[in-house]
Design a protein around this ligand. Structure first.
Ligand code: FAD
Ligand code: NAP
Length: 378
């Protein structure tokens, strides 16, 4: 069992970004990075399949702009939820408050001085309100709609808390030492002429200074999604996009343990040339006969090819692997991918196992019960 009772959301370990580099090649429209966090001095021990919780820090620029809109340097001490001690306004903006999403209550508060906002708050304009909120962040909303006598405590009381984000660990500790490796898709988009970023991915991929012991983290142990104990068991790993992360750890462990079980990776991304994450790690394993890889590059041709299409192409063999006792892992997008993959598994069981749909569903349920169908989807 992996465990780390040492650090929690409320008592994190302050780690440092030791290294980060692009997994996407020049010309890619994505920016996915390999981020290495230093665990020196923490006594944290993790297992493959574990996640890490990161407590992000808001961009200094947004903090400064918010303080400017409030006409203050932010030294005043304020109360925040159940926190026993008062905390400075600046520190709250940096570490405690969600500066990305604008609560309706904040619009209501500002509308008292900017009556043109009242129309948006009318119940007949729900869609417009949603769009207004999604295009802006707290800082530019406040910047555009100044208050005559801004009260920092009322802002603090209204904003949502800044929550931790979770990332699958992409390493095996005995193989990498005192480090946690992550595969982070740096979220970026443009609205109203501004480049916007995901809070935590921007923090990890761009803002956190290298070798600065300021990145708060804690371990989130897996709930069964880990490499099988049996080195002879075959594994099928399905993980498009950042869903590939845990499998890097799984394969590091398989090599380190000298497993004899076969391993099959289904990976998908946009283009083979620019988004084949960790290609240099997988290819030698494939050449040494330690890994089989099936790739689905969705945008290298006119029609979409996804991991589940590759699964169908190899349905006979996949069914034989499953019948032979293989463990199936699925990691990545929960909304579309995991559902399509499950439907495909059911199709394979129905067609290749000559099962009725209800029996295929029972079979999958049994696999789940036996911890042979494991998912870590988000
Ligand atoms: C168990 C688990 C494991 C995970 N593992 C990984 C992993 O290994 N790698 C990884 O990269 N992620 C992983 N994630 C996702 C990760 O936790 C974060 O949700 C993700 O990185 C985004 O965080 P963020 O703080 O950068 O973005 P946020 O600041 O939370 O921003 C996300 C929000 O941005 C807004 N947004 C996005 N695009 C647009 C747009 N075009 N227009 C307007 N608004 C937009 C949306 O409101 C969206 O909800 C995992 C999640 C879970 C639960
Ligand atoms: N909640 C959602 O709706 C949703 C969806 C996707 C990603 N995300 C989140 O966005 C972040 C970044 O994602 P990511 O960079 O890991 O990549 P991703 O967006 O998951 O994409 C990876 C690959 O999966 C393909 N894909 C799209 N739909 C699929 C499906 N139904 N079945 C199988 N493959 C499918 C994509 O193709 P195309 O892009 O060419 O279609 C792409 O080639 C993650 O945090 C992820 O959770 C959320």
């Amino acid at each position: 069992m992996s465990s780390s009772p040492l650090y929690t959301r409320h008592h994190p370990f302050y780690s440092a970004v030791k290294e980060r580099y692009s997994l996407t090649r020049p010309g890619s429209k994505k920016d996915t990075q390999h981020v290495v966090l230093d665990l020196t001095g923490s006594d944290i021990s993790y297992e493959v399949g574990d996640c890490v919780g990161i407590l992000p820090v808001n961009p200094p620029e947004y903090v400064e702009k918010t303080l400017e809109a409030f006409g203050t340097k932010g030294d005043q001490l304020l109360t925040f939820r159940q926190e026993p001690e008062k905390i400075s306004f600046r520190h709250l903006l940096e570490n405690y408050l969600n500066l990305s999403s604008i609560p309706k209550k904040l619009i209501e508060m500002i509308a008292a001085h900017h009556p043109q906002l009242n129309e948006l708050l009318d119940h007949t304009h729900k869609q417009e309100l949603k769009q207004f909120q999604s295009e802006r962040e707290v800082w530019d909303f406040l910047y555009e709609h100044r208050l005559p006598e801004p009260d920092p405590q009322s802002l603090v009381d209204i904003l949502q808390p800044l929550l931790p984000r979770f990332y699958s660990i992409a390493s095996h500790q005995p193989s990498v030492g005192n480090e946690i490796h992550l595969t982070v898709a740096h979220l970026h988009y443009l609205t109203l002429g501004y480049n916007r970023y995901g809070v935590c991915t921007h923090y990890l991929c761009a803002l956190a200074p290298i070798n600065d012991w300021s990145v708060p983290l804690y371990l989130q142990p897996h709930k069964g999604f880990t490499l099988t104990d049996n080195p002879e068991t075959d594994i099928i790993m399905i993980g498009p996009g950042t869903g590939i992360a845990p499998y890097r750890g799984f394969m590091q462990k398989r090599v380190w343990r000298e497993d004899s079980g076969r391993s099959w990776l289904f990976f998908g991304e946009w283009h083979a040339d620019t988004e084949f994450y960790y290609e240099d790690f997988w290819k030698p394993l494939e050449q040494e006969g330690k890994l089989r890889i099936s790739t689905a590059f969705s945008r290298d041709q006119e029609h979409k090819i996804y991991v589940h299409h590759r699964m169908l192409e190899h349905a006979d063999e996949l069914y034989r692997w499953i019948e032979n006792g293989a463990v199936i892992y699925v990691c990545g997008d929960a909304v579309h991918m995991a559902k399509d993959v499950e439907a495909t598994l059911l199709t394979i069981l129905t067609e290749k196992g000559h099962m009725k749909p209800a029996n295929a569903a029972e079979y999958l349920k049994l696999l789940r019960h036996e911890k042979r169908y494991l998912r870590d989807v988000y």
